[in-house]
Design a protein around this ligand. Sequence first.
Ligand code: UTP
Length: 474
Amino acid sequence: MKTTPPGVATKLAEYRQEHLLQWWDELSGEQQESLVAQIDSVDFEMIRRVWQESKISSTAADSEVNRVDQAAAPKSVVLQPASETEEAQWEQAAEVGAQRLADGKVAVITVAGGQGSRLGFAHPKGMFPIGPISNRSLFQVFAEQILARKRRHGGDIPWLIMTSAATHSETIDFFEQHDFWGLDRETVAFFQQGSMPAVDASSGRVLMSAPDALCLSPDGHGGLVMALKSSGLLDRMASAGVEDFFYHQVDNPTVIMCDPALIGLHAQNNSQLTTCVVNKLRPTERMGVLVDISDHVEIIEYSELNEEQAAREDASGQWIFWAGNTAIHAFSLAFLEQLTSGGGQLVLHVAEKAVDHIDVTGNLIEPSELNANKFERFIFDALPLATSALIVEGNREREFNPVKNAQGNDSPLTSREALSRIGREWLSSAGHTLQETASVEISPLTALDADELVGSLKDGRITVNSLTGPPAAT
Ligand code: UTP
């Protein structure tokens, strides 16, 4: 057994966190080392400052009201094409995007470090079986889309997958088991985001999950910026000639991977950060919305809006808060690099959560009420930092059908139904009309869009019966 390393006890005393060593004498040498490593990974000064600030709630509430009152519907938006001229402009943008893909200027970032607590799936969410017929996993859908894009455009498309301590090794094992679904494994990189401790909401003391373990959780999708830098991937991508990233979340199987139109619009406008929005279905829908505040684009979260505010309209009768965030973005590499310089961390947010932990006697507590604060960074906080941000309207039915909840809205059921509906629509363009309830699944390797499907059916390269593609390996 070791004595506590010099400095650790002193540091903990300074921040009133001495309880983290409460079981020190009962731990094995290995457990002691692990506990010290966890303690060393925590920036107690920052946690204390952010936690204390969060408790001064009146200031926060005031500034929220101001933000909401100042917000206007975003001005700089490329809307879905509504005329032949606009369609021609979108096609031109898609050609520019296709050329950037062919030139190897674009890499994909998938953020897959979340704990997926609402879905309640016991594995990383990317392993969730989403294919309506084959049970293809979310990861397989993305892998096949990337493979199909490479085949179509001809360039290299590196795929960077952000994991967390909670998802890292299982994710890599899953890719190995499936032989990366045919992708060249050299082009796929996994990198881990950082962790943040949960603290007791009334005292600010860090909670423990076991005598040798702090309650740690991933530091939010905004942890991407520093994780990309510290993993060396940002520099590696720059050396490989990558200039832009296509960013998406692991939970949306209908994302148009590397959407050439989005990438093209991003490039044509010299945008640092381009983001795809969709119309909210109702004012109170639980979606963050993009707005203009002063001369910046920002996000207002649904929790910041009460019912009256959410339904506010501008002079033309349009909802001010219409532009729902899909979390599909394009980032320029130079902008991400700029964010990392000078320690440019994104803002740390404090959330109230129910967190299981052990108490001073070592008993497991499973609270039914919010007992703790967690700390997270959000990638969309990069928006107001961009000097050139662009908003592009997406087609909601086609490209935004995420799996968030176990049931109800944004659940596996709604997402699978969307995949089937999209498949039926593509088949209908090719002259094959199916019943409205028919389950359909089209492998991205068969077709990435309706036009490709129509073409392949017409020249006999595929038949209707082969449309579900190869069965998903399990
Ligand atoms: P969500 O905000 O939906 O969180 O993440 P979640 O953890 O997946 O699910 P809940 O809220 O616990 O139910 C949106 C995207 O951001 C990623 C997720 O993996 C998902 O792709 N994410 C989230 C991270 O990569 N790291 C994080 O720390 C949080």
